[in-house]
Design a binder for this molecule. Sequence first.
Ligand SMILES: [Zn+2]
Length: 79
Amino acid sequence: MPSPLTYYTVICDCGHKGKIVYQENDTPFASLREYYRTEGFISKPYLTSAATWDNVFDNLAAICPECGREQTIRNLKDV
Ligand SMILES: [Zn+2]
């Protein structure tokens, strides 16, 4: 059974809205248990363990498709 997804709202300074999606990595015996990606931003996926939000934003390097700004923890709305 796939792990449930958790969504965190990210709002760019220009008003564009997207999400960081968190999922537990359910691959058996995987050492990296946390999988992050975005919806609505241009980013890389990030597989990790015990990340902080600073790590997550650094590694996702999420770019707004509307204005090109890189998102930071300041843009995270509901944590
Ligand atoms: Zn933007």
